[in-house]
Design a binder for this molecule. Structure first.
Ligand code: FAD
Length: 514
């Protein structure tokens, strides 16, 4: 063996240039690692999905004639960490080169950068060949001396890759159709939501292995995993999305409901795991969606395709830029000095707040919640309740099928908690029950009253919203997008203000019982 090539669990890119040529002198290593199961408590389905996808990838590479070693937790248990494993392999196979693809997580990138190998072994870093924007170009798009806005970045990417453009102008004349994408689901709409494409991958062996190695996981374990674990299933899911969900993707993107069998998926693609494990590339996903749009103009309108494309080439690439240009400091930011404990119900979903019970419960069941549930239900609650962003991050990083730090951290700490003080978003996404009621049907069967702000029946979000605004007045009142909100507060009577504050203080002191 002249070269040992490491493939991490989120580097399952079959189109990588590594695999263009077969070479018996190259040994590929794919390993289930204890350090990866233990840096945070993961959802059981997430670990199963990664391990199943890694194993499948190793088998596909072998079939294509490459030399591959797949190591399970049983094989790697004796190695303290990834560097120990690599060092042992380097000795055993007497390698000349150690090759790895640049990890997308700071933690792993540091670990591999610091890895020392015996004299004579050359360490070489390769690109993952996955993202639209090259790692080395991130500095061009993301200067660190000013705050960044997704919209500016997105327009540049649309132009650069000539996506939905007519010359140098956006198709249809507008860059962004977000305002058209805020419909609530009515009962008649719910009946029309398409059935999701769910797989049935047998992961019982992996579950047994996790138990044998006492890997602590959260959420519901299912021996028949519904997530795609190989390229073929990922492509099927992409085709299913383009055909059945894309026609109404944008329209109901922000909607939430507790009714209907499909309420947990709605018109969302659920492609994030396939993308983040790199089984699919963003270019491939966007091309496929654009193709469907062009072939079916009567079914798929411009706001639908634009809304989808923006998520992939806009938001996804954007948060990655923020992450790499701002780490490691970004992971420590806590603009509001939030320090409250994450309530226990985040781990079991039992709370009288129906929106929270539904969003947390669904996350525990499926390792999935869609964007608005993450941002405006669980995220908003943590923001208003002043939860320590380290704890919020750990929860998000563990629970979701697609959670990898480069994408989880800017979304959680930045977008949802505003702990970066505005690097990523122009104002905190803080909302009272009014928003939840507007975008969902959660409030109608809730124990609390979404309309009232005071008294024990009042929705905690209402008083917590004002408490949050008032306690951070100094930091927020100069924000032009927020100033008006304070005028609303100032107009309320002293008695009303005092009652709202009292209710909020009760809620803050009793978060676990809400
Ligand atoms: P769809 O709604 O179908 O969107 C299509 C794709 O667009 C997604 O698969 C994803 O790749 C991309 N996308 C959409 N929004 C974003 C975004 N804000 N940032 C990056 N990509 C985006 N996404 C993750 O992939 N991993 C995470 O760990 C993660 N953590 C999040 C934490 C919080 C607090 C919030 C508010 C959002 C987070 N997101 C994360 C972004 C987004 O919620 C998920 O990508 C999306 O819900 C995945 O479901 P989907 O594939 O059905 O998405």
């Amino acid at each position: 063996v002249h070269s040992l090539r490491l493939i991490l669990g989120d580097q399952l890119n079959a189109s990588h240039s590594w695999f263009e040529r077969r070479d018996d002198g190259v040994l590929y290593l794919i390993a289930e690692l204890h350090q990866e199961t233990g840096y945070v408590r993961h959802h059981n389905q997430k670990v199963c999905a990664f391990f199943a996808a890694m194993k499948g990838f190793a088998e596909a590479l072998k079939k294509a004639g490459h030399r591959v070693n797949y190591l399970t937790l049983d094989d790697t248990a004796r190695f303290e960490s990834l560097p120990h494993l690599i060092a042992q392999y380097a000795r055993d196979y007497n390698i000349a080169n150690f090759d790895y693809q640049r990890p997308d997580e700071y933690r792993l990138k540091e670990q591999l950068q610091q890895l020392q190998l015996a004299n004579g072994v050359t360490k070489r870093q390769w690109d993952t060949e996955h993202f639209m924007v090259d790692y080395d170009d991130l500095a061009l798009y993301f200067p660190t001396d000013k705050n960044q806005r997704m919209e500016t970045f997105y327009r540049k990417i649309r132009q650069r890759f000539d996506i939905l453009m007519e010359g140098d102008r956006p198709v249809g004349g507008k860059w962004n159709y977000d305002v058209d994408n805020r419909a609530k689901l009515k009962p008649a709409d719910i009946a029309e939501v398409p059935e999701p494409l769910l797989f049935s991958n047998d992961v019982s062996e992996i579950i047994e292995r996790l138990e044998r190695h006492q890997v602590e996981t959260i959420g519901v374990a299912t021996s028949q995993l519904l997530w795609p674990v190989n390229r073929q299933q990922s492509l099927q899911l992409l085709a299913h999305f383009c055909q059945h969900c894309l026609p109404r993707f944008g329209l109901f993107q922000d909607a939430m409901t507790e009714h209907g069998e499909q309420q947990w998926t709605l018109y969302h693609s659920r492609l994030s795991f396939a993308l983040n494990s790199k089984m699919l590339s963003p270019k491939q996903v966007v091309d496929s969606a654009l193709h469907h749009y062009q072939e079916n103009p009567e079914l798929i309108s411009l706001p639908q395709i634009e809304g989808f494309v923006r998520q992939i080439i806009g938001w996804r690439e954007f948060v990655r830029g923020i992450y790499w240009r701002r780490m490691p400091q970004y992971g420590q930011l806590n603009y509001f000095d939030a320090s409250n404990q994450l309530p226990e119900f985040f781990w079991h979903g039992q709370t009288k707040m129906n929106c929270m019970a539904k969003a947390v419960g669904q996350s525990l069941d499926y390792a999935y919640a869609h964007h608005i549930q993450r941002l405006m239900i669980t995220g908003n609650f943590c923001l208003l309740a002043g939860i320590d962003p380290d704890q919020v991050d750990a929860w998000y990083l563990g629970i979701y099928i697609d959670a990898i730090e480069w994408v989880e951290l800017p979304n959680t700490r930045g977008m949802s908690q505003f702990a970066d003080g505005g690097v990523l978003a122009s104002k905190p996404y803080a909302a009272s029950a009014n928003y939840v009621h507007k975008m969902s049907d959660y409030c109608s069967s809730c124990h609390y009253d979404h309309k009232s702000k005071t008294g024990e029946q009042s929705c905690p979000l209402n008083s917590l919203y004002w408490h949050f605004m008032v306690r951070h007045r100094q930091q927020l009142s100069t924000n032009p997008r927020i100033g008006m909100i304070y005028r609303n507060w100032d107009r309320q009577s002293a008695e009303q203000q005092q009652q709202i504050t009292a209710r909020a203080e009760f809620c803050l002191a009793n978060l676990d019982t809400l």
